[in-house]
Design a protein around this ligand. Structure first.
Ligand code: S3P
Length: 432
């Protein structure tokens, strides 16, 4: 399906932001492993979260949806059941990597597969620490899915994370609670910290300092109620658009303001954006309001340390960079090359199609602004964030922008185009 976007003359409203994707995956998994019932409110309804739910269903977990509430009957001491057939993780890296950790210390064997994109994404980064814990996994070419996990008794490790990835960190932490002894993680532990926050919410002790994460094996989880806040990576599209369209103003409530997730807001504030945030709830996740008004931006330099806090928003920063005064440079972001697509290449190719100049590095890019964007045919590479980022670019481009394979937005934000239409008060064209 193709969507056509034209230049927006206004951008205004109070969009309701769907549940956070990272928290939704974890809420389902922790509720599934706990003893007793859990109730998850405002779980994200999207293809990625559905992949986690369907893997857990195949492992014997029972879910029931009642309006905004998802009730999970946790498996507790009875354990996960052997699945019939493979576990399909779809497009979701979080599902595959975190489930590797869940299954490593179980008593069953399971094979994980995914779509064409996921089968090309590196998995050894998770398999390696799990193997050090005593897990048994076989991977295609020792790095890719299909991969098979032969669950067995595992033990704690001391491990230095070399990649700032919450998926790797979470897989190790979930394996650690099913094993024996203590696990200590050091190194690149500063990625999104939802697992560290949610494990205690489900009754599990985790000791977190800026230097290390410590977690004892053999801990049990207990069911709980959790309200999932709006996803800041979803809100980011509207924050970005409002910062580029003259006269724009938007307000959003009930958004995760977790500091490990809002590097995009911090970066935009450095660029001079008019963004106000107010935290209204603190625990287990900081939640609050965001208000954004249009203001002219200037370029920004983003370094390796800042990358984990805005990893999913870097393609959007590239589009913003074309509209602001001065140079924007992002470095230390080589992880973008192994996301749902090679997002550095996808950004460069599509910005160039729109007439912009961008200098590409192996780990980032440099853009001199301001530059005019011209409507073009956009290749989404079936990557939800690329489709959405270039839909936002279309709002400031001259002429019409056509997003190819736009249905991929359903991975994280099925109602993206409905909300875009409301905020711009414009029809969005659709062709098959
Ligand atoms: C996620 C972690 C990030 C992020 C992804 C979701 C998570 O990936 O890009 O969209 O839920 O843990 P990495 O952990 O690979 O950085």
């Amino acid at each position: 399906m193709k969507k056509t976007i034209s230049k927006a003359s206004s951008f205004f409203g109070k969009p309701i932001i769907p549940g956070d994707k990272s928290i939704s995956h974890r809420a389902l998994i922790l509720g599934a492993l706990a003893s007793g019932k859990s109730e998850i409110i405002d779980l994200l309804e999207s293809e990625d979260v559905q992949s986690t739910a369907s893997c857990l269903s195949k492992l014997g977990v029972v879910f029931k949806t009642e309006g905004k509430r998802t009730i999970i009957q946790g498996i507790g001491d009875s354990g996960l059941k052997s699945p019939q057939g493979v576990l399909d993780c779809g497009n979701s890296g979080t599902t595959m990597r975190v489930m590797m950790g869940v299954l490593a210390g179980s008593s069953l064997t399971a094979t994980l597969v995914g779509d064409a994109s996921l089968m090309k994404r590196p998995m050894k980064r998770v398999a390696h620490p799990l193997r050090l814990m005593g897990a048994s996994l076989s991977l295609t070419s020792d790095d890719y899915a299909p991969l098979t996990i032969m669950g067995r008794k595992i033990h704690g490790i001391e491990y230095e994370l070399k990649i700032a990835s919450a998926q790797i960190k979470s897989a190790i932490m979930l394996a650690a609670i099913s094993g024996e002894g203590r696990t200590i993680l050091r190194g690149e532990i500063g990625s999104r910290d939802h697992t560290e926050r949610l494990l205690p919410h489900f009754g599990c002790e985790v000791n977190v300092t800026p230097q290390k994460i410590e977690i004892e094996g053999g801990q049990k989880l207990t069911g709980n109620v959790l309200k999932v806040p709006g996803d800041p990576s979803t809100a980011a599209f509207w924050i970005g658009a409002a910062s580029m369209i003259q006269g724009a103003e938007i307000e959003m409530e009930n958004i995760s303001l977790n500091p490990t997730r809002i590097g995009f807001i911090y970066a935009l504030q450095k660029m001079g954006a008019d963004i106000e945030t107010e935290v209204t709830t603190l625990s287990p996740e900081p939640i609050g309001k965001i208000r954004v008004r249009f203001k002219k931006l200037t370029g920004v330099v983003i370094t390796k340390d800042e990358v984990p806090g805005l990893i999913d928003e870097i393609p959007l920063i590239a589009v913003l960079a074309t509209q602001c005064e001065g140079v924007t440079e992002v470095r230390g972001a080589e992880e973008l090359r192994v996301k749902e697509s090679d997002r550095i290449e996808a950004v460069a190719l599509n910005l160039r199609s729109m007439g912009a100049k961008i200098e590409v590095f192996h780990d980032g890019f440099r853009i001199q602004g301001p530059q005019k964007l011209i409507g073009a045919d956009i290749k989404s590479f079936h990557d939800h964030r690329i489709a959405m980022v270039f839909s936002i670019a279309g709002l400031v481009a001259e002429g019409e922008t056509t997003i190819h394979d736009a249905e991929c937005v359903a991975v994280s934000y099925p109602k993206f185009y409905d909300t875009l239409k409301e905020l711009t008060n414009h029809e969005i064209g659709e062709r098959s």
